[in-house]
Ligand binder design. Structure first.
Ligand SMILES: NC(=O)c1ccc[n+]([C@@H]2O[C@H](COP(=O)([O-])OP(=O)(O)OC[C@H]3O[C@@H](n4cnc5c(N)ncnc54)[C@H](OP(=O)(O)O)[C@@H]3O)[C@@H](O)[C@H]2O)c1
Length: 295
């Protein structure tokens, strides 16, 4: 079997296109969706991510502003900035780009974002609501993975999904999302991590395998069964002398070998990444429409 490629770029394009009429409808009510980014320091990947997100916003008619603060900013100053953005009606969403510098307590800053503006879906209230199956902002990456499955014709319903990774950003919320009792979810979910004694024993049982470990090449062909659907969230830079940058991006899965056994697989790059970006826009439009309870 040679796997069908799940084209994240094309699916993300569809998601963005669906937002245009919603943004236009908001415009008719005099509302322009607004998203404020808070970027502390010069972390190169973070700078690139925020630039990309701001560009995506412009493409669908979301107004955005990036407020940049130096690396040595006091935590209290970031908290006060977030509080000002919370209080400003121009901004329907407030996103603090992570990671924050080491001297800051990330949890304290995240908790300062108004849950009504938590379009990143990482506030404890958003995650608590997800756990209880209540309407809330879903994290962009877990939501993106779920949408990739549904929109590529591989719905998780009734399937055994094995998630490798249990981070607050990806693995944990994804597992909760896919186990919910509703269409587009309703999966039996197994979560693996570094405490899993035999990863292969678990991954071989997957109808759908989602990898979010940040470990290049961890999933080899002998660790999957014929016909598995693979969503590779991992993004790992590995040395590559043929590239100008000296490196290239790969996932957690040995793509070439696993493609021979899988029925469908996401590439890296071009799989989950574009969907993560698109789902942030979805949350921002939802925020401008009145929040998750309004949907
Ligand atoms: N494409 C996108 O849009 C996107 C978005 C977000 C993240 N990512 C990428 O996804 C990856 C994961 O991100 P993250 O933020 O979730 O990372 P993270 O916070 O470092 O979490 C990694 C998780 O993987 C587990 N893990 C690591 N090595 C493992 C192994 N050998 N066997 C089993 N489990 C293992 C860890 O287990 P323990 O809990 O036991 O330590 C942890 O739960 C990264 O490569 C990141 O760049 C991509």
């Amino acid at each position: 079997m040679t796997a069908r490629i799940i084209d994240g770029k094309a699916i993300a394009k569809d998601v963005r296109a669906e937002l245009i009429p919603r943004v236009q409808a908001l415009g008719k009510r005099g509302i322009t969706p607004g998203l404020a980014f808070v970027l502390v320091g010069e972390h190169p990947a973070s700078v690139t991510y925020v630039k990309g997100k701001a560009k995506d916003c412009a493409e669908v008619g979301i107004e955005s502003e990036t407020i940049r603060l130096p690396e040595d900013t006091a935590q209290q100053q970031v908290i006060e900035l977030v509080q000002r953005l919370n209080a400003d009606d121009v901004w329907h969403g407030v996103l603090v780009q992570l990671p924050l510098p080491d001297h800051m307590d990330e949890e304290a800053v995240i908790a300062t974002v108004d849950p009504a503006k938590d379009v990143d879906g990482i506030h404890p209230q958003s995650m608590g609501k997800l756990m209880r199956g209540l309407p809330t902002y879903l994290g962009a990456t877990p939501h993106g993975v779920q949408q990739l499955l549904v929109r590529s014709g591989n719905p998780p319903d009734g399937k055994h999904v094995v998630v490798c990774g249990r981070s607050n950003l990806v693995g944990k919320p994804l597992a909760v999302l896919l186990a919910q009792k509703r269409a587009g979810a309703n999966a039996t979910v197994t979560v693996c991590h570094t405490g899993t004694p035999d990863l292969g024993e678990m991954t071989r049982q997957a109808d759908i395998l989602v990898t979010a470990m940040g470990r290049a090449g961890t999933i080899t062909a002998d660790m999957v069964r014929e016909g598995v659907v693979v969503i590779d969230v991992g993004m790992n830079a590995i040395p590559d002398a043929t590239k100008k940058s000296g490196h290239r991006l790969v996932g957690d899965v040995d793509f070439d070998a696993v493609s021979e056994k899988a029925s469908a697989i996401t590439p890296v790059p071009g799989g989950v990444g574009p969907m993560t970006r698109a789902m942030l826009l979805v949350n921002t439009v939802i925020a401008a429409e009145g929040g998750p309870d309004s949907q």
